[in-house]
Design a protein around this ligand. Structure first.
Ligand SMILES: *Cc1c(COP(=O)(O)O)cnc(C)c1O
Length: 242
């Protein structure tokens, strides 16, 4: 596949994702301007990433290592870290990420704040919540976040808690994800209504939820950030499998 063909395939995929987002906004009375696509490049080959960057500039990677390899090559892109972060990779992540979606414990949040202070940064973070309660998923439990919110919302001077993130259980049926997404939105309302909310650093403006299979439902339920990977690279041929 020529690089022009790659650009064309990605352009069509981007248009189709954006029109699906617009349609989901229309049914829920939202503005498409309030939804940002985070184009997930974790499985994309480098030429695809470069082709995407000619058309769109908000990307998400799930591993700090790959983020730190790729971000310096495309400095005009706003890079998000969406995958699990070990405490010893925080510095690497902060050097490259505009937003970290996957803060799944108070210990990690405290570590990020400390390293951010060293780097003189005020990074945006999202707290990952295990809304569905699956054993396999990391994240704060909703009841734990509510109970500790007064403490969490003011604990970490150098971070902005910009919102919440969740992942729905794997399913072929997008509707199966709806209770998880709705649960995250309702949790945000509850957090905003607790006393600590008054002093929170950041305003919980963002809900990061929805992937290739279920983002329309997520947008209907209030997602402001949708993390979409495979749909954007549909129809491209993996050079290693040819
Ligand atoms: C891979 C990944 C996505 C994107 O998944 P697709 O199904 O390829 O759209 C979104 N969020 C996280 C946390 C991921 O790891």
């Amino acid at each position: 596949m020529s690089s022009q063909e790659t650009v064309d395939v990605i352009r069509r995929n981007l248009q189709s994702v954006h029109s699906n987002i617009a349609a989901a906004c229309a049914v829920s009375g939202r503005s498409p301007d309030d939804v940002t696509l985070v184009a997930v490049t974790k499985y994309a080959q480098w030429p695809w990433v470069e082709a995407l960057a000619t058309q769109y500039q908000v990307f998400g990677e799930n591993r700090p290592q790959q983020l730190s390899e790729r971000a310096p090559k495309l400095p005009s892109v706003e890079w998000h870290l969406i995958g699990q972060l070990q405490r010893n990779k925080v510095r690497q992540a902060l050097e490259h990420a505009h937003t970290i979606h996957s803060v799944d414990s108070l210990r990690l949040l405290e570590r990020i704040s400390k390293v951010a202070a060293d780097l003189n940064q005020h990074p945006n973070v999202l707290l990952q919540v295990n809304v569905s309660g699956e054993e396999s998923k990391s994240g704060f439990r909703p009841d734990e976040l509510l109970a500790e919110w007064d403490q969490i919302s003011v604990c970490c001077e150098n971070v902005r808690i910009a919102g919440l993130m969740t992942m729905a259980p794997a399913s072929d049926d997008p509707e199966a994800a709806r209770p998880t997404f709705r649960g995250l939105r309702q949790l945000r309302e509850q957090l905003r209504n607790t006393s600590g909310g008054a002093q929170i650093r950041g305003e919980l403006n963002h809900l990061s939820m929805g992937m290739s299979g279920d983002f329309s439902v997520a947008v209907q339920e209030g997602a402001t950030l949708v993390r979409i990977g495979s749909r954007l690279f549909d129809g491209l041929v993996d050079s290693e499998s040819r």
